[in-house]
Design a protein. Structure first.
Length: 534
């Protein structure tokens, strides 16, 4: 039988109605034998808990959206996770005038911000799908049940990180849920991950042709725990550096190894963000890839967003260096402080991306400076600031992508490089703010060796590791959380182009370290208290 999916109108009030769905084949799953376990369309419900991160609704990019009142782009999981964590930092700025974009650029977001609301609603819709599955499919499959619990915990992690004290429910409800305190939510997520970790698939390096590709395995739980422990002092008031290192090293010592082999003129680093990253071998580094295909999984809010929003048609002029999509939206580009991580003299050359990496002596410097100004003087002009050519739909094999509008590039939401950076930072914080040369230093050097960058013969300081995180992870959705952990996000201790709305940068209120609970939800749920400053 075809089961009905749940569509949320007001997340906190949990006002629900049903939306018909005939199929959901985002993940290749084995159907449950209906003669042995009677469950309502269990494979489709299970798949939906994943698909909510990669698709806006049930009928493709131009079809319906799961979230009422907002379109698929505004509620895209990757799109808004990226916006909330990149556009507000020293890494990215957007040229568009869409409602909400200038407020991101200048750190002036409020409780009526449409894109913040879109991410918030997407997360709560995703939690509702998980709660629904766990309610009606309990006992159907122990591994899938553990995965859905992992996904629900991860969705709550993003809420904890961005919004602090949030509505909390582990069941579908017809009454407004209570608000949980941030430290208590941290404790719940931690306990949930520890409880289900060993029930997940054993960790394995997988390609798209392998069973289990795209599913959360035990290392996904290890990495999420490591990420939480790294930020535990922000979330709970108590540091957990040793735990962060322990769980990061579980990943480092497991099968999800760094991808270190280039092919056909493409560097190993570039291959992580290309159209055939699920097939080329680069996915050995992917711990939780979001599956994309230009024909079967179309969306404006996942890989298409990080590719098309960063490209202009003048960038596709270098042989073997195109993005292989017809959509060049010319929106997101780098602030000068990101280029300074590779060119500390603030002298990044105005060259094409194919030449930038060799001049930076770092394969990760994937920037395009031809016809661009290094410093962002005009936020609404795409050429004011260097372009970023990190993500693309080209195949490292030279094969043609499946479609010229929508990409095949899987989005690696979690990859093992993050574990190396977590372990190194935790090691440094445990050793008087410098890495121990026999452990933390080697983790940073492994990443720099992969990028063909110079390596240190000594230790790295905590601040140097922050810069290394930017070089490795820029435009992947980490930067806001990192700057908050280092105490640099809102303060006057570190400036970037247009921080706080001033061209030279200006500090802003510490309350902006959290986003506001959307006004619509606050009005719908009398149990909620707004975050300070809003």
């Amino acid at each position: 039988m075809n089961f009905k999916y749940i569509k949320r109108i007001a997340p906190a009030a949990v006002m629900l109605f049903t939306l018909g769905l005939t199929s959901c084949d985002y993940l290749d799953v084995t159907p449950i034998d209906p003669n042995s376990v009677m469950v309502p369309d269990e494979p489709a419900l299970y798949s939906k808990c994943y698909a909510t991160m990669a698709l806006a609704g049930q009928t493709g990019a131009d079809g319906d959206c799961d979230i009422d009142r907002l379109d698929g782009g505004t509620t895209g999981f990757v799109r808004q996770m990226w916006n909330l964590n990149e556009l507000v930092t020293d890494e990215a700025i957007c040229a568009w005038g869409d409602p909400g974009i200038p407020e991101f650029n200048f750190n002036t977001y409020d409780a009526s911000h449409p894109m913040v609301e879109g991410f918030y609603n997407r997360l709560y819709a995703s939690i509702a799908y998980c709660n629904h599955y766990l309610d009606v499919c309990a006992g159907a499959d122990a591994t899938r049940e553990a995965e859905v619990r992992f996904l629900r915990a991860m969705y709550y992690y993003f809420l904890m990180d961005c919004f602090g004290n949030v509505p909390f429910a582990t069941k579908l409800m017809s009454t407004p849920p209570e608000q949980i305190q941030r430290a208590e939510l941290f404790k719940w997520i931690e306990e949930e991950l520890l409880a289900i970790k060993d029930q997940l698939l054993p960790p394995a390096a997988r390609k798209s042709s392998d069973s289990g590709y795209g599913r959360a395995d035990q290392d996904a739980a290890n990495l999420l725990l490591a990420r939480m422990y790294l930020n535990a002092e922000v979330y709970t008031g108590s540091a957990r550096w040793a735990d962060a290192q322990t769980y990061a090293e579980k990943v480092i010592n497991g099968p999800h190894k760094l991808w270190t082999s280039g092919a056909n003129g493409w560097s190993a680093y570039q291959m992580l963000f290309m159209g055939d990253n699920g097939e080329s071998g680069a996915s050995c580094e992917a711990i939780l890839p979001l599956l994309q295909d230009g024909v079967t999984t179309t969306s404006y809010g996942t890989s298409m967003y990080v590719i098309s929003s960063a490209w202009k048609d003048d960038m596709d002029t270098q042989s073997n260096f195109g993005m292989e999509l017809t959509n060049c939206w010319a929106g997101n580009r780098a602030r000068s402080q990101l280029l300074a991580k590779f060119f500390p003299g603030n002298d990044a050359p105005a060259v094409a991306a194919a030449d930038m990496t060799s001049l930076a002596k770092d394969d990760r410097a994937l920037f395009f400076g031809v016809g661009r100004s290094l410093t962002v003087t005009t936020p609404g002009e795409f050429t004011s600031g260097y372009s970023v050519a990190k993500f693309r739909n080209a195949y490292s094999s030279g094969a043609a992508p499946h479609h010229n509008k929508f990409p095949d590039t899987d989005f690696f939401l979690m990859r093992s490089a993050e574990a190396y950076l977590i372990a190194a930072e935790a090691d440094a914080r445990l050793h008087n703010n410098v890495t121990s040369s026999d452990k933390g230093t080697k983790y940073i050097n492994a990443l720099r060796n992969r990028a063909n960058a110079a390596v240190s013969g000594g230790d790295y300081t905590v601040r140097q590791i922050l810069d290394e995180r930017s070089r490795e992870l820029y435009f992947e959705g980490f930067r806001r959380t990192d700057l908050i952990r280092y105490g640099l996000y809102h303060t006057g201790d570190y400036m970037w182009d247009w921080k706080g709305g001033a061209q030279a940068g200006s500090p802003f209120a510490q309350t902006r370290c959290l986003y506001a609970i959307p006004a619509e939800d606050l009005n719908a749920n009398p149990n909620l208290v707004q975050n300070p400053g809003y």
